[in-house]
Design a binder for this molecule. Sequence first.
Ligand SMILES: C[S@@+](CC[C@H](N)C(=O)[O-])C[C@H]1O[C@@H](n2cnc3c(N)ncnc32)[C@H](O)[C@@H]1O
Length: 377
Amino acid sequence: MTSRTRIGFDADVLLAAATAAATAPTAPTGRGDGARGGAARGTGGGAGGAPRRELARAYRELSERYRGGSDTPEDARLTDGHVRAYLAARLPATLAVSRVVLAELADRRPRWQPHSLLDLGAGPGPATWAALEVFGEITGVDLVERSARMIAAGRGLARLGAPGPLRTGARWHHTTAQVPPVGVAADLTVASYLLGELPAATRGPAVAAWWRATTGALVIIDTGTPDGYARVLAARSALLADGATITAPCPSDGACPLPDGDWCHFARRVERSAVHRALKDAERGHEDEKFAYLIASRGQPAHAPGRLLRAPRAHAGHIRLALCVPEGQREAVVARSRRDAYAWARRARWGDPAPGSVTDPAAPTDPAAGGQAPRTV
Ligand SMILES: C[S@@+](CC[C@H](N)C(=O)[O-])C[C@H]1O[C@@H](n2cnc3c(N)ncnc32)[C@H](O)[C@@H]1O
């Protein structure tokens, strides 16, 4: 998957502000200005800021809640500490994933430009930041979020450097995202890491309502776990039945070919700030965020010929690729002698769309590489 910035706005500005706000003396959810104060004072988390151990406790509570799965209770249980912990330790990853997925949508549908955006379960708004980065013609933004504290954090951050559609023109709706607010519809609807927070019985009706509110593309992002994949797969079936075509990650609108026990997911490397590391008691400066996703569109199909289901495996003289193609799953062997395909495979990353030169079952294989013909399972 490629990641590209199409307009001048760079969401890293807001990411840095969010990290600063997490440890700022003033609560990021205070009457609007907490994020501004936090960003202005740097990322220290020292004098006057939220003590790290309180933040760490809030982060543990958040993680337990996410591990617990659906039916997360109401707004009242999301404290300032939880919001701070989210800004420091979850938002970098959810922003990174939104960027990748929305860039994939832009790549698959290069002539399509949304003008309106609906961000469901928006949190402080990272999916909106990513959408504004990728799609420069969005002018109308509706964000739906049930936590007043998340909304306050999002509003405060937006004042720090978001483009106009978010800074001055956004409509934040403090209500449930299970059904979009009456009269709200958008060219592009995003539900990033929301589905898993909804009670299981409400997910089907919610996805149907999101689709009805969408005139162009609906993006659903979930965790890269078997449960996250199962939720995405259920949404996929329902959306196909409702007339959608799946723009990504699938190379077709046919049944998912993955066998029981496997799950379609991808990974994105995310840099960790000092406070992020501290909250997770982690030493490494990065983590790999695993995610599952779906882009459902109205209109003509825009599938990639195939998609990489794993990181490429390099061997002497050849590279092995685990591909999802319209016919099913395929292991492809790309020999060095296939110059273009080999050059692509060397640069390719897990989750990338594969070009026809790589997915073509008639493509020659190199006897020196073992002579394996591509195999579809
Ligand atoms: C895991 S966070 C994801 C936030 C953001 N979309 C992102 O990608 O970082 C889930 C958000 O959905 C909100 N949420 C959960 N259930 C909701 C509901 N029924 N209606 C509106 N918001 C909801 C939570 O308050 C939280 O802010």
